[in-house]
Design a binder for this molecule. Structure first.
Ligand SMILES: Cc1ncc(COP(=O)(O)O)c(C=O)c1O
Length: 392
């Protein structure tokens, strides 16, 4: 005999005490008491869910947690970071508008600007986000939105956030900030004039490389609603299970970030002292090209991300990776453990060697997403790798 559907009886065993962990709610559809009740729900007079693509409790619980970190209200969790970038931009612009992006945005955000938006009648340009004058020079009368990341990936350059925010405010243009790299532990873009804040929650906020999610919050409730309509209509909704996993990950975000950042600062020092390393890019180092701005914006928060350039070409790069088998060679970031990536063969492979050279990405250039290992354990691993590279 088939078991009775749980909604035909008490759907959840009653308990006077509360669970310590959010329930996982994978239901796609919700049953209502009556057409009147459903009508009231759709009208917003009764709280509740109707269909998971339109919203579900696990997404809302997670969204409120990220809201708290960002000092935001009503943020929306999406099915990936790119879903959040896309929903933010598409909710804000219409055909005939113009969008400016930082010229060193995450690769898929650049593709959204270069390929997808023009196909829908939205003109786009990119400009150097470390220079507010370069952004100003790209402005057009129909510019509606500027999209930047505060620290560029993988070159670790620091955007002129204050200058660009002032420009956007003066011209009545929306400023969208992708805060994935910097995280709200370093900076809260709403405190610096952003109109939209975006995250790939796939990265260090959830932090275990097991959930693909994004987040977008808008200062203006009307814009927030347009973004939600776009996300729900185009199905950018997150999976309840991923939200549930990310909620668990987020609870330890502060601890993980602080450990990873301390490890990154120590590793930056160790790398800079190695004869085989030509340069290290880490914001709190005095030799960083945007050091003063980094200190003004981010204070002592150098973050978990660093890049370095090693002497030698592809053969030396192969030798480095081969000599550090305990570090995953993987083009992701924000995992619990350290990962290392080689932009010339991954994120920036589509650029010509000349175009890569122009932004400082050579065959010896590596990006490191530093993890939560025991303090002091990374330097010997990198020393081993660099010594092997030096022998090539
Ligand atoms: C800065 C930044 N924004 C957005 C994304 C896209 O996020 P997702 O991979 O979750 O779609 C990434 C991914 O690496 C990223 O690094």
């Amino acid at each position: 005999m088939a078991p009775k559907s749980p909604i035909a009886r008490q759907p959840w065993p009653e308990s006077a005490s509360r669970p310590m962990v959010s329930p996982l709610q994978p239901a796609v559809v919700y049953a209502s008491d009556s057409p009147d009740a459903l009508d009231q729900q759709y009208a917003g007079d009764l709280a509740g869910y109707t269909y998971a693509r339109e919203g579900h409790p696990n997404a809302d619980v997670l969204a409120r947690m990220v809201d708290d970190l960002e000092g935001a209200e009503g943020g929306l969790v999406t099915g990936s970071g790119m879903a959040a970038v896309t929903a933010a931009v598409m909710g804000a612009v219409a055909a005939g508008d113009h969008v400016i992006g930082g010229d060193q945005l995450y690769g898929r955000s650049l593709r959204l600007l270069h390929e997808t938006l023009p196909a829908f009648g939205v003109a786009t340009s990119t400009a150097d986000a470390t220079d507010a004058d370069a952004i100003a020079a790209a402005l057009r009368p129909e510019t509606r939105l500027i999209l930047i990341e505060i620290v560029s990936n993988p070159t670790i350059r620091v955007a002129d956030l204050e200058g660009i925010a002032a420009l956007a405010r003066d011209r009545g243009i929306l400023l969208a900030v992708d805060n994935t790299f910097t995280t709200p532990r370093s900076i809260r873009p709403f405190d610096h004039g952003a109109d939209l804040v975006i995250h790939s929650l796939t990265k260090i906020l959830s932090g275990h490389s097991d959930a693909t999610l994004g987040y977008v919050a808008a200062r203006d409730p009307a814009l927030r609603e347009r973004i939600e309509i776009f996300a729900v209509t185009t199905g950018l909704t997150p999976s309840p299970f991923d939200c549930w996993l990310a909620e668990r990950g987020l609870l330890s975000f502060g601890l993980r970030y602080d450990r990873a950042e301390a490890n990154a600062a120590a590793l930056a020092e160790a790398l800079a002292g190695h004869a085989c390393v030509a340069r290290v890019l880490y914001p709190t180092r005095a030799d960083h090209p945007d050091h003063n701005r980094a200190v003004a914006l981010l204070g002592p928060r150098g973050s978990h991300m660093l890049s370095f350039e090693m002497k030698g070409g592809r053969a030396a790069a192969n030798a480095l990776i081969a000599a550090m088998p305990e570090l995953p060679f993987a083009p992701t970031l924000g995992d619990i453990g350290t990962t290392i990536s080689h932009p010339a063969t991954s994120s920036h492979r589509a650029l010509t060697p000349e175009a890569r050279a122009a932004i400082g990405i050579s065959e010896g250039f590596f990006r490191v997403s530093v993890g939560c290992e025991e303090p002091g354990s990374l330097a010997p691993i990198f020393a081993r790798g660099l010594d092997a590279a030096a022998r090539v």
